[in-house]
Design a protein around this ligand. Structure first.
Ligand code: DOR
Ligand code: ZN
Length: 339
């Protein structure tokens, strides 16, 4: 007997529009987990040293492709923001989906980021002319709970100053950031899985949970509720971006814990679980793929991913990385993918 319909969810070409793959052995552990469930993803450039020139970018993409060959996954590459000449950007444009801007020092491996946003403007002008999207880690160096809110006027300034530049507010965590989407036509956003599920209470309200510690830090219940409303609608300007960010267990379970939630192996099943709980499975396709395809103008490989309601227990480790939901039950799983 075949399973009744509400036990099956079919998605076409799911995309993860914000992922950290790292390099070397870590890349080879984590990249296939994304490539199994997704048809493509936006690969972050915060390596050491950063991906900030064409040669490094092409070498990095080749390393990714070697780790996931034949899996029907397109790595959409990004360049780490610095002052670039027009010639440099023209040369790299065919190979990238956008340029990722980090304010200096706000997160993992962002030391080479931007000190003063005004200094970025000549390069942003060239990007606007060449039609290269700008992806932004939008946090100041202020009080940790206020960093995103304090950054919102910078988003507003950039959106006004560069009206033809596509600006993606990465991993938004506040209701004010959601509201800003409706103020400027050229502002878009990604939303992670974990920010749809957790608040600061889950991170630090009881025993400290290093595997839930990330930047931007999870905020208040009202913020989570606003993110959930935007994802479930879905707001036409939001896309899924996991911000899956693996660190070895030794860097997480440490006196100085690294920021990052490693959600790649559970991202798609848990999103289906959330949308099913809200009776919104018919709206997941837009959040997980269609909005991103429209916003970025990309066409990923056609990949049909079928999930079934079939509980499983998340492993404690993938290599030496502890995943989000380790040891917990996830209701849905991918049972078939067809290229
Ligand atoms: O928690 C985070 N981890 N936030 C980021 O912005 C970077 C990421 C990482 O690379 O580990
Ligand atoms: Zn990130």
């Amino acid at each position: 007997m075949s399973a009744p319909d509400e036990q099956i969810c079919t998605l076409i070409s799911p995309l993860d529009m914000h992922i950290h793959f790292r390099e070397g052995a870590m890349l080879r552990t984590v990249a296939p987990l994304s490539a199994r469930d997704f048809a493509g993803g936006v690969i972050m450039p915060n390596l050491v040293p950063p991906v900030d020139n064409l040669e490094r970018l092409l070498r990095y993409r080749a390393e990714i492709e070697a780790a996931i060959s034949g899996m029907g996954f397109t790595p959409y590459m990004t360049l780490f923001f610095r002052a670039y000449s027009e010639a440099e950007l023209r040369a790299v444009r065919p190979h990238i989906i956008g340029v990722k801007l980090y304010p200096a020092g706000v997160t993992t491996h962002s030391e080479a980021g931007v000190q003063n946003i005004r200094d970025a403007e000549p390069t942003l002008e060239i990007m606007e002319d060449l039609g290269i999207p700008l992806l932004v880690h939008g946090e100041t160096s202020g009080f940790v709970l206020d960093r995103e809110r304090e950054f919102l006027p910078i988003y507003a300034h950039l959106a006004r100053r560069f009206p033809r530049l596509t600006i993606v507010m990465e991993h938004i965590t506040t209701r004010e950031a959601v509201a800003l989407l409706d103020e400027y036509p050229n502002l878009y956003a990604t939303i992670t899985l974990h920010h749809l599920q957790i608040t600061l209470d889950d991170v630090a309200g009881g025993l400290l949970q290093p595997h839930l510690f990330c930047k931007p830090i999870a905020k208040r219940p009202e913020d989570r509720a606003a993110l959930l409303r935007a994802a479930l609608a879905p707001h036409p300007k939001v896309m899924f971006g996991s911000d899956s960010a693996p660190h070895p267990v030794s860097a997480k379970e440490a006196a100085a814990c690294a920021a990052g939630v490693f959600s790649a192996p559970v991202a798609l099943p848990l999103l289906v679980e959330i949308f099913a709980q809200h009776d919104a499975l018919d709206r997941l396709q837009a959040f997980i793929s269609d909005n991103a395809q429209r916003i970025y103008g990309v066409t990923p490989p056609h990949k049909k991913v079928i999930l079934q309601r079939k509980p499983w227990t998340v492993p404690q480790r993938y290599g030496d990385v502890t995943p989000y939901y380790a040891g917990r039950t996830v209701e849905w799983q991918v049972v078939q993918t067809m290229l």
